[in-house]
Design a protein around this ligand. Structure first.
Ligand code: C2E
Ligand code: MG
Ligand code: MG
Ligand code: MG
Length: 284
């Protein structure tokens, strides 16, 4: 029985609030339907290696389009998928698409050095205790090396569930799956905790790059950060590279892995395969 507002206390909702509530419930319906029938689409954003002068990997990004609501951004529908309990359907869909892409690409380009595709995982997923087995089963079904799959985890996911994330990472890492620490610099950076975990790549959030190129104190710090992670055995990848100036700055800092609109937008799997293959051809 609910306490709080008595029957005579009106609910103070502004029209804006009402609209937000309606939109959220409309999105929840669309997400629920998409989760049932695999109604998402996958985009792949290639990752550029400056030292190798070609695309070496890609990130899988989820898309959701609706006839009435149009294209719903992931920053809006992913939290809803988490709240209504269907995020594991999203992840399974993305994993299958990512593994299928890896399989197709490797089959078509047997001498390729393309390293793999990363999939974003949400904090709430780590409570599922057969998570590692179910992910590895997908990898196996597609017949790809586990080392081609990369899992992106955010700091906030780790902080929400440190023991479960650590156990999952150790399990998966033992099977060859790689890990990327996503959105580094936006959370509560518990550096010692991050350094204990086996991250192959630390992805700096785009806000870090954008402020580092504007503030000279941060410029120096950025270089030190890159060197520091390098010394700890992780590579730095900078997100949100949009300009040649930013690219030049990253070169000065020794940060070779870059992702951003300057190199490529997120693409359909066919387009991504063509762009990656062309870059490999050109680098030969
Ligand atoms: P993220 O994982 O940090 O992904 C990077 C975001 O930056 C993507 O936005 C990408 O399109 C965007 N981006 C890439 N290059 C540039 C650039 O040069 N400039 C700018 N302004 N943006 C750039 P997107 O696709 O809208 O995804 C937003 C967030 O939604 C992701 O951030 C991730 O947290 C979440 N997300 C997307 N797909 C999934 C998914 O399949 N599962 C989960 N759990 N989360 C997802
Ligand atoms: Mg990501
Ligand atoms: Mg990110
Ligand atoms: Mg982000």
């Amino acid at each position: 029985e609910s306490k709080g507002r008595g029957p005579n206390v009106p609910c103070v909702c502004t029209p804006d609030m009402m609209e937000a509530i309606h939109r959220r419930s409309a999105i929840a319906d669309v997400v629920r339907r998409a989760a049932e029938c695999g109604g998402f689409t996958v985009k792949l954003q290639p990752v550029w290696s400056e030292s190798e002068r070609r695309f070496v990997a890609a990130e899988a990004l989820c898309r959701l389009d609706d006839d009435e609501l149009g294209s719903i951004p992931p920053d809006e529908f992913i939290p809803v998928a988490e709240q209504i309990g269907v995020i594991s359907d999203v992840t399974r869909f993305m994993l299958n698409r990512a593994c299928a892409f890896i399989r197709t690409y490797r089959d078509a380009h047997p001498d390729s050095t393309f390293r793999g595709v990363s999939v974003n995982f949400s904090a709430v997923e780590f409570i599922q205790d057969d998570l590692a087995e179910s992910v590895l089963a997908v990898v196996e079904r597609h017949g790809i090396p586990a080392s081609c799959l990369r899992v992106e985890v955010t700091e906030s996911a780790i902080i929400a569930n440190p023991d479960a994330v650590r156990a999952f990472m150790e399990d998966m890492h033992a099977h060859g799956v790689r890990f990327y620490l996503d959105d580094f610099g936006t959370g509560y950076s518990n550096i010692s905790m991050m350094l204990e975990l086996p991250f192959d790549v630390v992805k700096l959030d785009k806000s870090i790059l954008w402020s580092a190129t504007e503030d000279e104190h941060l410029t120096e710090f950025f270089g030190l950060l890159t060197a520091g992670f390098g010394a700890m055995g992780s590579q730095i990848l900078s997100e949100g590279v949009e300009t040649q100036e930013q690219r030049g700055f990253l070169n000065e800092c020794g940060c070779s892995l870059m992702q951003g609109y300057l190199f490529s937008r997120p693409l359909s799997p066919d387009e991504a395969a063509a762009v990656i293959a062309a870059s490999e051809e050109e680098a030969r």
